[in-house]
Each structure stands twice: as structure tokens, then as C-alpha cells.
Design a protein around this ligand. Structure first.
Ligand code: GLU
Length: 484
């Protein structure tokens, strides 16, 4: 067991979106490829943004995705609790340590004060940052007295007014900013809870995190976090910031715009293995291979963070669907049937059809399970269709040949009582030469007449078999009547 420890640290603000899932996946792979430990930490200190039920949904999605964490709120571990609000008593001590060493200070400015300062700055066309008023006007002794008197306060990071802050990223290299561009962020809020800016540093340190993986939206704040590591005298972790997953050139994937979450995709009938495979390749490519199908075990073996692309990746639904279709084809017939059944029975009465046979026919044609109800609805209800469907250039069928074909085939089909595909095939194929027509000139209209659609999950014999004798004959008669 190596000592690599990585963490996925979502805020419980809703569904696990696909960008988050990719971060979780890379974080998991990074730990597993080194034989290390993968941790789930819930960052819920911004309680206003918390969505009820979101924490449970995170656990569920992570387990469903196969991203099983070694430590986390619902699985335990030696570094818990793993939910930040449950760690609330732990942060003030560290914040005060910084206050005592001068790297932080108590601030008593009211919201009104701050709003006024902000407005003033904006009026001058400046980007507002806190002016360190309380650092300069309230001594530590006085601060302690005011706090003892019950006054509300926050603790702010005391960013140096000059010099540079920096950190090194595994993907983006050395990132450096001028300290005077940084704001004295709040570390500990008036309600005693830490902000993300503080909790991420304290927790990553206390949990022994060796690699911090997260979105590039944190790239510009990371120098500030490094100042905190320095102030504490702690060794900073290695950082790996990940570019965003985009819907298109201009905007990030977002639930707000109706982009699907991981759960949505599962509900639409995407297989988790296909989603994971696809997500892994969103902005990462393995070296020295053109192979694109990888199981989780393959990914653990070959993942290398140096293969991550710095530019944002675009989420291509068609590509995901292509992966899904390939994974569906690889399922065993039994597994396919298990996935397909709930979709098929939305439309079909399970007792009325040979579902295993139907599944066999559908498997190679299914891209997404949610397509199935539409693909099989014709078995239940004969669709209305246009006679034009009988006209097919490929089989050289016209309305006239079709009419003749249906008249020819009807008594033959009526004569079949042993209703299975082999008999249907053998009897009809043996008879066709008598008709003087080409096989396709007979089978094409037959299939149209009993299914009402050009594309079906199988040929005429399979469809007739699935429909059953009575229904096939009924449809045949009705279609012939319609054709006149
Ligand atoms: N809680 C942060 C988020 O959900 C994660 C940032 C991090 O991993 O440090 O965006």
C-alpha cells in the first residue's frame, strides 16, 4: 500500500454532474493506480447552497459508478468525520493559531460597512477587496474583549500586501500571482463554520491528502491556499487542476441548461461502464494505444495524469451513445434481457411475447435502452402506415407486386399451424418460387403488412413469429383490405 491519498470533495448542491463525475473518476484512478487510498469528503459548510437529499445522492452515484471510496462518511475511516459540518469544532483552533501568528485577524465589519466599501470601490471603477480596516484598527486584545462581549466577528486571512504567492500544478505548472491582487478572504464565518477557502486546506492536511484534484475554477485561489500551508508550516499537497467539461465552445456542462447528470444518463438507459469509459476519455488519452474501450481495471492500470489535456473537453452525446451501443452489444444475452425487460414491459405484456427471442433480436440494434419502447410498440399496436411503404426500390416492389405478393402469401401463412421461425421460414421459402416473384418482393410487403414499418428488429419470419399466428393473420387481412 503506497501512501498516496486522494479525495473527491463535492459540495452537496445537487446531482453529481458529469464534470464532477470525471473529477471523481480521475481522483479515484490516481489513488488506485498507486495502490493508494481514495476518500470521499462532503464539503457542506456553505449551508445555504445545500440541497436536501444531495448527500445521499452522492453516495449512491459514487457506488453506482463503481467509484468505491476507502474512507468516507458512510464507510468510515481513521480520519473522520468526513462531513465538514461534523468537523466544525475542529477549525476554530486552527484559525486562531493563524490569528496568534499574525497570518489572520478578527474582523468586526458589518455587512453594511462592507457593502459601503464595495460600492465606493465600484464607483471608482476598482475591484473591491477588503481594506484590512480591522487589522489596523483592532488590536488582538481588543478583539478578544469584543468577542467575549458577544460581538459577531469573522476571521480573515492576512494576505501580504506585497510579494508573490504561487504553487505548482501537475498539469499547469508554476502558477504565480501578485499578493496585492488577492483579497483577505474570510476563513471562519460568523456562524463558526469555516469557508471552503479554509476548510479545504485544514482538511486536506489533517486527512493526509497527497494529491488534490479539482476543477480549474480553483486555480486562481490555490496560491492563497499555499500561503496558509506556509503559515502553518505544513507541506502542501500536489495539485492537479482539471479543465472543465463543456457543452460547446462557450459554455460548461450544466444541469441548469438541461444537460444530463450521471443519474439522468442511467435513467435514460446508458450503462455505467459505458459512461465511465466515455468520461475517462473526456480530456484524457492513454499513451501508445488506439484502443478506446477500457474497463475500470484497465483504466486503473493505464491511467496517467500526464495524459490529461489542458484544454477544455466537449461533451459529445453521440460519442457516448456510440460507446453505449458497443457496451450493450458486449452484454451476455441474460444481462441484456435483464436491462431490457423494464423498458419492454412499459409497452408489452410480458406473457404475450417471447421476450428472450425479442431481446436477441434487439441487442445488436440497441444504442440506448430508452429507445426500446418505441422500437417494439408496433408489436402491441399495429401502426397506421402509408401504402407508399410497400414501394421499395431495393426489392423492386411496387404497389402491384405487393398486392400480388400478399394475395400469394396469405393462404400459405394460414396453412402454417406449427408457429415458429423455422417452419415459417421453411414453408414460405419453399413456396416463393411458385409465385414467380423474387424473395424480397414477397417478404418485403409481408413484413410491412404485419408491422406497418420499414425498420423492425428482425425480418418477416421473426416478426410473424413474435406477433403470433392469430395477430399475424389479422394484420395481414386488414392490410390487404386497406390496399384494396
Ligand atoms: N467542494 C468543492 C466543489 O464542490 C470541491 C473543491 C475541492 O475539491 O477542493 O466544487
Amino acid at each position: 500500500m503506497s501512501n498516496v491519498r486522494t479525495r473527491f470533495a463535492p459540495s452537496p448542491t445537487g446531482y453529481l454532474h458529469l464534470g464532477g463525475l470525471r473529477t471523481a473518476l480521475y481522483t479515484y484512478l490516481l489513488a488506485k493506480k498507486h495502490g493508494g487510498t481514495f476518500i470521499l469528503r462532503i464539503e457542506d459548510t456553505d449551508q445555504e447552497r445545500e440541497v436536501p437529499g444531495a448527500i445521499d445522492l452522492i453516495y449512491k452515484s459514487m457506488h453506482e459508478a463503481g467509484l468505491n471510496y476507502d474512507e468516507g462518511p458512510d464507510v468510515g475511516g481513521d480520519y473522520g468525520p468526513y462531513i465538514q459540518t461534523q468537523r466544525r469544532d475542529l477549525y476554530p483552533k486552527y484559525a486562531w493559531e493563524l490569528v496568534e501568528s499574525g497570518h489572520a485577524y478578527c474582523c468586526f465589519c458589518s455587512k453594511e460597512d462592507l457593502d459601503n466599501q464595495r460600492k465606493e470601490a465600484e464607483a471608482q471603477g476598482l475591484t473591491w477587496k477588503y481594506n484590512k480596516k480591522c487589522l489596523h484598527t483592532v488590536s488582538l486584545d481588543e478583539a478578544k474583549k469584543r468577542i467575549a462581549n458577544g460581538e459577531s466577528y469573522v476571521i480573515r486571512q492576512n494576505i501580504p500586501t506585497e510579494g508573490k504567492a504561487s504553487f505548482d500544478d501537475l498539469l499547469y505548472g508554476h502558477v504565480e500571482v501578485d499578493c496585492d491582487t488577492l483579497d483577505d478572504n474570510v476563513l471562519l464565518k460568523a456562524d463558526g463554520l469555516p469557508t471552503y477557502n479554509f476548510a479545504n486546506v485544514v482538511d486536506d492536511h489533517l486527512m493526509g491528502i497527497t494529491h488534490v484534484t479539482r476543477g480549474t475554477e480553483y486555480l486562481s485561489s490555490a496560491p492563497k491556499y499555499n500561503l496558509l500551508y506556509d503559515a502553518f508550516g505544513w507541506q502542501p499537497p500536489l495539485y492537479l487542476h482539471l479543465p472543465p467539461v463543456m457543452k460547446d465552445q462557450t459554455r460548461k456542462l450544466s444541469k441548469r441548461y438541461g444537460d444530463p447528470s450521471f443519474e439522468d444518463l442511467l435513467a435514460q438507459g446508458y450503462l455505467k461502464e459505458a459512461i465511465i469509459n466515455f468520461i475517462a476519455l473526456l480530456g484524457w488519452a492513454p499513451k501508445d494505444t488506439n484502443e478506446e474501450f477500457f474497463s475500470m481495471d484497465d483504466l486503473i492500470r493505464i491511467f496517467d495524469e500526464r495524459g490529461i489535456n489542458k484544454s477544455p473537453s466537449i461533451f459529445d452525446m453521440n460519442k457516448l451513445t456510440y460507446f453505449n451501443a458497443a457496451y450493450i452489444r458486449k452484454l451476455s444475452p441474460e444481462a441484456y434481457a435483464e436491462y431490457a425487460k423494464p423498458w419492454l414491459t412499459q409497452v408489452l405484456d410480458a406473457d404475450k411475447y417471447d421476450l428472450p427471442r425479442l431481446c436477441e433480436l434487439l441487442q445488436g440494434r440497441t444504442e440506448v435502452f430508452s429507445q426500446l419502447p418505441d422500437m417494439v410498440r408496433f408489436l402491441k399496436d399495429m401502426p397506421g402506415f402509408d401504402s407508399e411503404l410497400y414501394i421499395n426500390k431495393k426489392s423492386k416492389s411496387s404497389l402491384e407486386t405487393s398486392k400480388a405478393a400478399l394475395e400469394f402469401i396469405r393462404p400459405i401463412v394460414e396453412g402454417i399451424t406449427d408457429w415458429n421461425e423455422t417452419t415459417l421460414h421453411d414453408v414460405i421459402m419453399a413456396a416463393i418460387p411458385e409465385s414467380g416473384m423474387k424473395t424480397s418482393q414477397v417478404l418485403w410487403p409481408f413484413r410491412i403488412a404485419i408491422t406497418g414499418q420499414a425498420a423492425t428488429p428482425g425480418g418477416a419470419f421473426e416478426m410473424a413469429y413474435l406477433l403470433g399466428r392469430e395477430e399475424t393473420l389479422r394484420r395481414l387481412a386488414a392490410s390487404m383490405e386497406k390496399l384494396g
